[in-house]
Write a new protein. Structure first.
Length: 305
């Protein structure tokens, strides 16, 4: 692992979570507008701060692994700052949840739990103990040998699946529960519909996660991480599949110019970005949805649509 510097620590633990949170804030703002015709700060804050807490906590945990190396002094120096940052976001989250219906808290907990447990080895020994009692003690030695910590990240394709589902369904349920809006919105926000927005969002975020795996292809293959590109054993096949999926979204929602433009942009990035591309450029992939939502908001504000 590379030596941690002050800039790399701040970028990983503070700046990157904020950049991801911006995309969630933009997306939840669109959903809020589609549902009730205005922006409600509560679901926006819930979604944005949840992203910050999940990503910052995960990155801080990764940074602390290098304790004992030359980067240990940097980590020790900036960890209090990171904890203050986490505490501020946690306070905002609690404030937003306290002013929202209980369902918002429930859905927030449900959809953030997998992210907090993403790289945590889960001890399934209790289940094993129960099984031993059911099938008899004769199998105990075999079960002890077979028992291994369960890590969500190690399940093939799980990262992309969880990210896409949380981005689409998770954010929608949080926004919907916070606003207490009817399942069928009476607000007309053409050319948007909630169902199309959810499908587009799921495909977009899943595609971005797979593109991140394209970036880390060599490292993941060496470490045995079962990402989609590693399982396919081909970056070309991965790009072709992503192109087909984005093209399908483009075709299905061709009446919405913003989804069409976003899908075209995503397809272009699929072929432009690669494993040798500097990581900052992958933020374009992350915001391939946000850019066009903001464009829609600007045009709407200016009365051009």
């Amino acid at each position: 692992m590379a030596t941690t510097t002050a800039s790399s620590f701040i970028s990983s633990v503070i700046l990157q979570p904020i950049i991801v949170a911006i995309s969630s804030a933009v997306y939840s703002s669109l959903l809020s507008y589609e549902m009730v015709g205005n922006l409600d700060w509560r679901p926006i804050v819930i979604c944005a701060t949840s992203d910050v807490l999940v990503i910052a906590a995960d990155h801080l945990k990764d940074q602390e692994i290098v304790t004992g190396t030359r980067g240990a002094a940097v980590i020790k120096r900036f960890t209090p700052l990171a904890r203050i940052f986490l505490a501020l976001n946690a306070s905002l989250l609690v404030a937003a949840l306290s002013l929202s219906p209980p369902k918002a808290t429930l859905f927030t907990a449900i959809f953030t739990s997998p992210a907090f447990l993403w790289t945590t080895p889960l001890d399934l020994s209790r289940i094993g103990t129960m099984l031993k009692r059911l099938i008899g003690a004769n199998f105990s030695q075999e079960m002890d040998k077979a028992r291994k910590p369960f890590i969500i990240k190690r399940v093939p394709g799980m990262k992309a699946f969880f990210s896409g589902t949380i981005r689409s369904c998770g954010v929608f349920l949080v926004v919907h529960s916070a606003l207490q809006s009817p399942w069928k919105s009476t607000h007309n926000a053409l050319p948007w519909t909630i169902a199309e927005t959810l499908v587009w969002s799921m495909v977009n975020r899943t595609g971005h996660c797979i593109m991140s795996d394209v970036r880390d292809y060599d490292e993941d293959k060496e470490a045995g991480v079962p990402t989609i590109p590693v399982l396919l054993d081909s970056l070309l096949k991965t790009r072709m599949i992503l192109t087909v999926v984005h093209a399908a979204i483009l075709t299905a929602f061709r009446h919405n110019p913003f989804i069409v433009a976003s899908s075209c942009f995503a397809i272009a990035l699929v072929w432009i970005l690669g494993k040798d591309t500097p990581k900052p450029y992958f933020r374009l992939s992350l915001h391939s949805q946000s850019i066009f939502i903001v464009t829609y908001a600007v045009l709407l504000t200016c009365g051009l649509i």
